[in-house]
Design a binder for this molecule. Structure first.
Ligand SMILES: CC(C)(COP(=O)(O)OP(=O)(O)OC[C@H]1O[C@@H](n2cnc3c(N)ncnc32)[C@H](O)[C@@H]1OP(=O)(O)O)[C@@H](O)C(=O)NCCC(=O)NCCS
Length: 178
């Protein structure tokens, strides 16, 4: 089984048994606001999502990892490489974390781990993120992880009746920190 070992966290594929943890943390408007997560988020959403992650991994469409807290062995968030473009060796990164765990450097560690996976294992050339403005927390993490701003797509996203600009950030294989 594919596991990426960090210090505070382990990135690993989800299992049916993780549905309760996903539901507990993902059913939060502060997480849904800037992501594709449904709101309200139900236990069925969690189970369907877990099934899809398995299919996506098998087809190499996306690699979606649960973020397991080493201390409790429970899933507290997600981090993924999606829209994998094998021809151009590009992929999009996306993530969220249960609110209780914000501000502890957990996502910074998760981003570092998945970048190593994407560049070293998947041999990607570029990993990019689309951050909805004004999701400052997310843009900050990416900048601190070595991503650079690549521009702003004005009014590119309509979510829950509101328009947002997409801020594009990207990192190249050659920019990965040792
Ligand atoms: C974005 C999110 C994942 C942040 O995770 P986190 O674990 O709290 O972030 P970290 O603690 O690793 O922070 C990393 C850096 O970003 C900075 N940062 C985090 N939140 C911030 C905020 N609200 N404002 C300013 N800076 C912030 C931290 O100061 C830290 O910098 P440092 O290393 O110099 O201390 C979390 O807030 C979340 O799940 N948000 C909702 C979902 C979402 O928006 N996903 C991204 C979609 S693109």
């Amino acid at each position: 089984m594919m596991k990426i070992q960090g210090e505070k966290i382990i990135l690993r594929p989800l299992q049916k048994e993780d549905a309760g943890s996903l539901f507990k943390h993902a059913n939060d408007l502060d997480i849904a606001r800037y992501t594709l997560l449904p709101h309200p988020y139900t236990l069925k959403d969690a189970l369907d999502f877990i099934n899809n992650t398995k299919k996506n991994r098998e087809k190499k469409k996306a690699f979606e990892f649960g973020i397991e807290l080493t201390e409790t062995e429970k899933i507290i968030g997600m981090i993924s490489l999606m829209n994998i473009d094998g021809k151009n060796k590009n992929a999009e990164i996306g993530y969220w974390l249960g609110k209780k765990y914000w501000g502890k450097g957990i996502m910074k560690e998760a981003v570092k781990l998945i970048l190593q996976f994407g560049f070293k294992k998947l041999k990607l050339e570029r990993i990019y993120a689309k951050v909805l403005h004004p999701n400052i927390a997310s843009a900050k993490i990416l900048e601190k992880s070595g991503f650079r701003s690549e521009g702003r797509l004005r009014r590119a996203t309509l979510r829950r009746g509101r328009w947002y600009d997409d801020v594009l950030l990207g990192i190249l294989k050659t920019e990965l920190r040792k």
